[in-house]
Design a protein around this ligand. Structure first.
Ligand SMILES: Cc1cc2nc3c(=O)[nH]c(=O)nc-3n(C[C@H](O)[C@H](O)[C@H](O)COP(=O)(O)O)c2cc1C
Length: 362
């Protein structure tokens, strides 16, 4: 639980009561306070903005600490918050009252809401949170003067509603789901810290017999990348095998079209040539080792907001090794850009899970 949220909640309670020059102590519950609470909750559950605000203080001074730790400190903003929220569909929020207190013209309720909303991907997002409402009697009526959310738990559920995924688990699946091969980048630099963090992830990939046959060649030199662009164009045009592929695919793209593709492919600020050592103990496995490391690298980069790719075409191993002075014993697994995409591509069409999964027997 976030300590700063507890602390802020405490400060707000103190502050609100100090504004009215009175300290509230525990006392018996009051029906009218309970009725106000029920009206407040029903109005939220029915997205009834007018009814909800009939329970809220008329004063502009209002304190709302959201479940995300954001402090909203005016009635108008509290209104806007609910107005926006109530436009949303497909959510539900049962409420459980935990405590109700009143002392003179002040009171508070402590309750738990169990919010859930359907996400576009079919999953359900859940937030269980305390919410404490502070009340003041205005012209004989109880009015809410502050609303403090203290989150208990956030989680997600999918096909089986009984199985919960916590925020960190959900986040990882989200990253995997949203990785894309990117082929056009902005020139925004990638800090060295991020490059190292991404390579740390690649370095944590499994390898056969823990042989760790990798080398990661990092290329940030723009001039070198520009030269590579020219070279890659001539490599492509020189290679008869490329023309054969094109014959099968349809009309051969013009030199200008290939140049434009390479311009985009080489627009990232950083590239990693993922290499593996063929002199490693288990050379038959080095391709798996290198490919897994590249996979980890791409996922880590996505977590930091970067696009990547597993580039092979246009960057033939023999030519690349000469260009970058890579010793003979190393094999090039892929040439991977890291950068901020010009735009995130749509998800590529994938086979359905049913097509590719079998249980127990093929
Ligand atoms: C072994 C392998 C080789 C690939 N070679 C290239 C390539 O040369 N150029 C390229 O743009 N993408 C290349 N890709 C990326 C695939 O085209 C891409 O993963 C696929 O279209 C699915 O798209 P996604 O990565 O966005 O899910 C390669 C991927 C793999 C695994």
């Amino acid at each position: 639980m976030n300590k700063s949220i507890y602390f802020s909640s405490f400060l707000i309670i103190l502050h609100v009561f100090s504004l009215f020059g009175e300290t509230v102590s525990v006392s018996d519950s009051s029906t009218s306070l309970k009725e106000t609470f029920d009206l407040y909750v029903n109005s939220v559950q029915n997205s009834d903005l007018a009814k909800l605000f009939s329970t809220v203080s008329d004063s502009e001074r209002f304190y709302f600490l959201t479940s995300h730790g954001e402090l909203i400190d005016s009635r108008q903003e509290y209104h806007t918050f609910h107005e926006n929220w109530f436009k949303e569909a497909d959510w539900d929020m049962p409420v459980e009252l935990v405590k109700i207190h009143q002392d003179g013209d002040f009171g508070y309720t402590i309750a738990i809401f169990y919010y859930s909303s359907k996400l576009p991907d079919g999953q359900t997002y859940h937030l269980d949170s305390y919410f404490t409402l502070l009340y003041h009697r205005e012209n004989g009526k109880w009015k809410v003067i502050a609303d403090i959310c203290t989150p208990i738990k956030r989680y997600f559920s999918g096909r089986n509603p009984d199985i919960q995924y916590d925020f960190r688990q959900h986040y990882l699946f989200d990253i995997l789901e949203n990785r894309r091969t990117v082929r056009n980048f902005k020139s925004i630099p990638v800090p060295r810290e991020h490059i190292m963090k991404i390579l740390e992830a690649a370095h944590s990939a499994p390898t056969a017999g823990n042989q760790q046959p990798w080398k990661f060649l990092v290329i940030e030199d723009r001039e070198k990348l520009n030269r590579l662009k020219e070279e890659a164009l001539s490599w492509y045009l020189d290679s008869p095998s490329n023309h054969k592929i094109q014959d099968r695919r349809g009309p051969e793209p013009s030199k200008n079209a290939i140049e434009a593709i390479l311009e985009n492919l080489l627009s990232a600020p950083v590239y990693i040539a993922v290499l593996v050592d063929s002199g490693a103990k288990y050379p038959d496995y080095i391709i798996y080792d290198g490919t897994l490391a590249a996979g980890y690298l791409m996922i880590a980069a996505r977590a930091l907001g970067y696009g990547t790719g597993f580039y092979t075409t246009f960057f033939p191993e023999d030519r690349m090794k000469k260009f970058f002075n890579i010793p003979d014993q190393y094999k090039l697994i892929c040439f991977t850009p890291i950068g901020v995409p010009v735009e995130w591509p749509e998800k590529t069409a994938k086979k359905t899970l049913e097509e590719v999964i079998m249980f127990d027997s093929f």
